[in-house]
Design a protein around this ligand. Structure first.
Ligand code: PLP
Length: 402
C-alpha cells in the first residue's frame, strides 16, 4: 500500500492539541482495525464510545449510500424526511416529546444549557440562571460546556470565567442540597461519569437529585452523550434508574461514527426555544439522520441491548481475573459496555502505560484519567474478538509487571 502521509505529518500540519498514537488506521471491519502497515488491532476503544455497531456495519453503509444518492444537505430553512423519522423514533422510544439535532456532544449540551437558561428566564425571571454541575464531569469543549464541565484545566486560560455556574461533588446529595436554590435553573449530570473515570451514579442519588430539582423548580439535565444509545444495556442510562430527566443529550453512539447529536426534551420546555432563539446549519443533516435512524433501529432491540449485559459480564470477569493475577487493577466498575479498570496503588497513574503496551500487543483500549483503563467497544462485538482482545490485554499486563 502506498501511503503518502503518515503519523509524522500530524506534527507538521495539525494544530498540536492532540497526541494521536503512533499508527494511522486505514480501515476497519466489525471490531478490528488495520493500520497503514496492515497490522491488525482488536478495537475495544470504539472511537471513544462511538462505534456502537463496530466499523463498516453493512446496514449503516446501506443507509448512508441510499441517502447519499438522494439528498445530502438542505440546512434548517427546510426540514427533511430522515430527520423527521429519526426524531419520531427518539420521541417514541423515550420520555421526550421534542428533539433538536446538532453535530456533536458539546453542541447538544450547549443547546441544553441555553434552553435551561431561557426556560428559567421566561418562567421565573433573569435571576433563575444558576447551573449546578458536578466536579470531574465532562460536557464538551465549547466555552459554555467546559465551564459547566467540572474540570478546571479545560476552562482556565480562556478569559473571564462564565458566571452563574457552580460545582458539587458527584454522588454527594448533601452538597447539592446546600448549593441548590430557587435561582437554580438546571442541575446537570452524567448518569455514568465517563471521562471522569467511568463512575455510575447510584439510583438513590439520582432519585434524590430529581426530588431536589422538583422542590426548587429546576430542570434536571442528563448528559447521556457517552452513556446513551445502548451503552449501558438500556437505550438510555436513565431507563435503568427510572429517574426521568427534563432534558437529555445524546451523541457519540447515536450516529455510530457519523457526526450527529440530539437534545431531547418535553413539549413544555421546548416551547422556550422559539424561531430564531437557537440553531445549527448542519443539525438534522439528512445523511447523519439516515445513518442514526438505522443505528437506532438496530440498537433499540432486545437482541442488542440484552447482548450488552452478557458482554459486560464476560469482559468484567476477565478484567477482574487479570487484576488479581497481575495486581494491576484494584477494581472494575462501569455499566454495560462502558467499563473502567481502576489501577491498583502499585500502578497508580499508569493507565497510559497499559494503553501503550496494549496497542503494541494489538488491542486498543482507552484511559479515563491517569488511573482508569476504559473499554467502550462495539455493542455487538463478537465473542471471539472479546476473547482475542483479552488475550492481547493479558500479554500487555504481563509485560507491564514483568
Ligand atoms: N458529554 C460527555 C458525557 C462526553 O463524554 C463527551 C465526549 O467525550 C461530550 C459531552 C462531548 O462530546 P463531543 O466531543 O462530541 O463534543
Amino acid at each position: 500500500m502506498s501511503a503518502t502521509v503518515g503519523r509524522s505529518d500530524f506534527d507538521r500540519v495539525m494544530v498540536p492539541n492532540y497526541a494521536p498514537v503512533n499508527m494511522v488506521p486505514v480501515r476497519g471491519a466489525g471490531s478490528r482495525l488495520w493500520d497503514q502497515q496492515d497490522r491488525e488491532y482488536v478495537d475495544l476503544a470504539g472511537g471513544i464510545a462511538v462505534n456502537a455497531l463496530g466499523h463498516a456495519h453493512p446496514a449503516m453503509i446501506e443507509a448512508l449510500n441510499e441517502q447519499a444518492h438522494k439528498l445530502w444537505h438542505v440546512s434548517n430553512i427546510m426540514t427533511n424526511e430522515p430527520a423527521l423519522r429519526l426524531a419520531d423514533k427518539l420521541v417514541r422510544a423515550t420520555f421526550a416529546e421534542r428533539v433538536f439535532f446538532a453535530n456533536s456532544g458539546a453542541e447538544a449540551n450547549e443547546a441544553a444549557f441555553k434552553l435551561a437558561r431561557r426556560w428559567g428566564h421566561n418562567t421565573c425571571g433573569a435571576q433563575k440562571h444558576q447551573i449546578i454541575a458536578c466536579t470531574n464531569s465532562f460536557h464538551g469543549r465549547s466555552l459554555f460546556t467546559v465551564s459547566v464541565g467540572g474540570q478546571p484545566k479545560y476552562s482556565e486560560g480562556f478569559g473571564p470565567a462564565m458566571g452563574g455556574i457552580s460545582h458539587v461533588p458527584y454522588q454527594d446529595i448533601a452538597a447539592l442540597e446546600a448549593a441548590i436554590s430557587d435561582d437554580t435553573c438546571a442541575v446537570v449530570l452524567e448518569p455514568v461519569q465517563g471521562e471522569g473515570g467511568v463512575i455510575p451514579a447510584s439510583t438513590e442519588y439520582l432519585r434524590a437529585v430529581r426530588a431536589l430539582c422538583d422542590k426548587h423548580h429546576a430542570l434536571l439535565v442528563f448528559d447521556e452523550v457517552q452513556s446513551g444509545m445502548g451503552r449501558t444495556g438500556k437505550l438510555f442510562a436513565y431507563m435503568q434508574s427510572g429517574v426521568v430527566p427534563d432534558i437529555l443529550t445524546s451523541a457519540k453512539s447515536l450516529g455510530g461514527g457519523f457526526p450527529i447529536s440530539a437534545m431531547l426534551t418535553t413539549a413544555a420546555i421546548a416551547e422556550h426555544f422559539v424561531v430564531g432563539t437557537h440553531g445549527s446549519t448542519y443539525g438534522g443533516n439528512p445523511l447523519a439522520c439516515a445513518v442514526a435512524e438505522r443505528v437506532l433501529d438496530i440498537v433499540n432491540t432486545p437482541a442488542v441491548l440484552d447482548g450488552v449485559q452478557q458482554r459486560h459480564e464476560t469482559i468484567r470477569a476477565e478484567l477482574e481475573q487479570m487484576g488479581t493475577e497481575f495486581g494491576v487493577f484494584s477494581s472494575v466498575r462501569g455499566s454495560g459496555l462502558l467499563l473502567g479498570a481502576v489501577m491498583s496503588d502499585t500502578f497508580k497513574g499508569r493507565a497510559k502505560d497499559v494503553q501503550a503496551l496494549a496497542q503494541e500487543e494489538g488491542v486498543l483500549v482507552l484511559q479515563a484519567g491517569p488511573d482508569v483503563v476504559r473499554l467502550a467497544p462495539s455493542l455487538i462485538i463478537e465473542q471471539e474478538d472479546i476473547a482475542e482482545g483479552m488475550t492481547r490485554l493479558r500479554a500487555a499486563l504481563r509485560r507491564m509487571v514483568g
